[in-house]
Design a protein around this ligand. Structure first.
Ligand SMILES: Cc1cc2nc3c(=O)[nH]c(=O)nc-3n(C[C@H](O)[C@H](O)[C@H](O)COP(=O)(O)O)c2cc1C
Length: 181
């Protein structure tokens, strides 16, 4: 299986990256998959300019930047992993820019994928989950959402994800489940 992982956090190796890592461990129980990682924060990606060039055939985005590699990986992949912390109730700005630029794929190529959406958050992830739930039927996406709260409301302190083994296990098991696709 070909897999594209979109890492939305600017914090490499922290909560959402760790959740993605455990998910991939589970996926790899069925053998090695071809996995391409994109750490969005480290890529030069311009926000969508709304020029609507992509609305005209051949529906390509005319901005030549880091997004072109993501278009290719996305088109070639069966499974797309969206791993992001919640920032103000939504994907990080980095990943939102990627999502906007996917307008070019919305004309052709966005559809018929499996999505594993892995969110880490303190208080709220539902707005972002709602967006994926709303678009998935339209694009025939097989949607799987896993959320992980990394906050203790009693102490009002963040919990490093390493201290939440049951959630890491859930991510692993989701990987195992999707490895059977
Ligand atoms: C700028 C900023 C905004 C945040 N906004 C939210 C939010 O709106 N809702 C929420 O539940 N958590 C929010 N958080 C908490 C993060 O989503 C949470 O700590 C997450 O686990 C961090 O994941 P990471 O380690 O992969 O970066 C915010 C964190 C930061 C730095």
């Amino acid at each position: 299986m070909k897999v594209t992982v979109l890492h939305g956090s600017p914090r490499r190796g922290k909560n959402s990256d760790t959740l993605a890592e455990r998910f991939l461990d589970g996926l790899n129980t069925s053998g090695k998959h071809v996995v391409e990682h994109f750490y969005i924060n480290e890529l030069p990606i311009t926000p969508c300019q709304g020029c609507l060039s992509c609305a005209k055939p051949p529906h390509n985005c005319k901005i030549q930047d880091g997004m072109q590699a993501i278009y290719k990986a996305y088109r070639d992949s069966d499974l797309i992993v969206w791993a992001s912390p919640m920032y103000w109730g939504y994907l990080t700005a980095q990943l939102k820019i990627v999502q906007d630029r996917m307008e070019a794929l919305a004309w052709s190529g966005f559809e018929d994928k499996t999505f594993a959406v892995l969110f880490t958050y303190r208080h709220h992830y539902q707005s972002a989950a709602g967006m994926f739930e709303r678009i998935s039927p339209h694009f025939n996406i097989d949607l799987h959402i896993l959320e992980c709260c990394t906050y203790d409301p009693e102490t009002r302190l963040d919990i490093p994800i390493g201290e939440l083994p049951e959630k890491l296990e859930e991510a692993y098991m989701l990987g195992v489940e999707l490895s059977r696709l």
